[in-house]
Write a protein that binds this ligand. Structure first.
Ligand code: ZN
Length: 339
């Protein structure tokens, strides 16, 4: 430490000497020099070079102001009502401790958060974005085996003590997430029983979804799968209007793009969805549910909001099948052949 301090002091001394040399070359009067020496001036402009010289004290003040603004932004993101539900379910003390380890990031559709087989460097808690987990089936071909939104976390293998995932995590719906480094996550995970309980429960939800997806692909027609997939994305997105290209949907569901196009046209003709210029809207949720296969299960808000420790409703929340009471039956037009 002593050596580091010494080096830092030497660097600061060199910077100060350089600053004094520059200042001596600037045209200024005695009163201006006195004001600078008294610390009354924050910055000077060198008109010859068009440079602005900000003095160290002012630089420190600006950095501190920026740091406070960043901290305020992070607090606002963490405390926003639409924040990640998994984090929101943590006890207050644990929630606050994690705050210092999280940074908000803006994610664009198509961003790869981790590749299959590559080390996971960060975990992500989506706030209003949706991330798709894609499993390779044949070279570059993939199929979606998971979907994570504000109810969960991307990077679950780390919670299981595994540093890489078999799936590629790709942003499906652009938005904001809270990110934590893998190293810090491992520390926090070992430290906090409530976080462990929540993530083990979420791991079970992810596993159930992957199993159901495998059964769905093997058993159900494409238009049913598409309706199911759109509902699941809608549940995890902050809005029912989503920027979602047919190309991404085709990659998720491992079908030709033309199949997605014809199914979307059919769903739109039934008034269930709107689709224009890559912007997809769910217009009639109940109607879309009646077209979807029984693999679709809404996220149980009570599950996400439940504090760690109470597991009584878990079996019911994730039991196979779903209650379809209240689903509006709509006339089903032929939606094209299975893919
Ligand atoms: Zn299905």
């Amino acid at each position: 430490m002593g050596t580091e301090r010494g080096m830092a002091g030497t660097q600061a001394g060199r910077a100060s000497a350089a600053l004094q040399r520059v200042l001596r070359q600037l045209p200024m009067g005695a009163s201006e020099r006195q004001a600078i020496e008294a610390g009354e001036i924050d910055a000077v402009i060198d008109y010859r070079s068009a440079n602005v010289i900000v003095f160290p004290a002012a630089r420190r003040a600006l950095r501190e102001r920026a740091r406070r603004a960043d901290a305020a932004d992070l607090r606002a993101t963490l405390e926003a009502p639409e924040q990640n539900r998994l984090l929101a379910a943590l006890p207050r003390a644990e929630h606050r401790r994690l705050l210092s380890a999280l940074e908000p990031v803006t994610l664009a559709a198509g961003d790869v958060l981790h590749e299959a087989g590559a080390p996971i460097r960060h975990v992500y808690f989506p706030v209003d974005c949706v991330v798709c987990l894609l499993t390779e089936v044949d070279g570059p071909q993939t199929v979606a085996t998971g979907l994570v939104g504000r109810e969960g976390m991307v990077g679950m293998p780390l919670a299981m003590g595994v540093g890489a995932s078999v799936a590629r995590a790709v942003v499906q719906i652009a938005g904001t997430a809270l990110r934590m480094s893998a190293a810090r996550f491992s520390t926090e995970f070992q430290r906090g029983l409530p976080l462990q309980q929540l993530l083990y429960r979420h791991a079970q939800v992810e596993l159930n979804l992957a199993r159901q997806t495998a059964a769905c692909i093997a058993s159900h027609r494409f238009e049913q799968r598409l309706a199911c997939w759109l509902l699941m994305i809608g549940d995890r997105a902050a809005s029912q209007e989503m920027l979602l290209t047919q190309g991404h949907l085709a990659a998720d569901l491992n079908v030709r793009r033309v199949s997605v196009t014809s199914a979307c046209v059919a769903l739109r003709s039934l008034g269930l969805i709107g689709y224009s210029r890559g912007r997809l809207s769910i217009l009639d949720r109940k109607g879309l549910e009646s077209v979807a296969c029984h693999c679709y299960r809404p996220i149980d808000p009570a599950d996400a909001a439940r504090r760690p420790g109470g597991m009584a409703q878990q079996a019911q929340a994730h039991a196979p099948g779903r209650a379809r009471a209240g689903a509006t039956q709509v006339h089903r037009a032929p939606l094209g052949k299975d893919d």
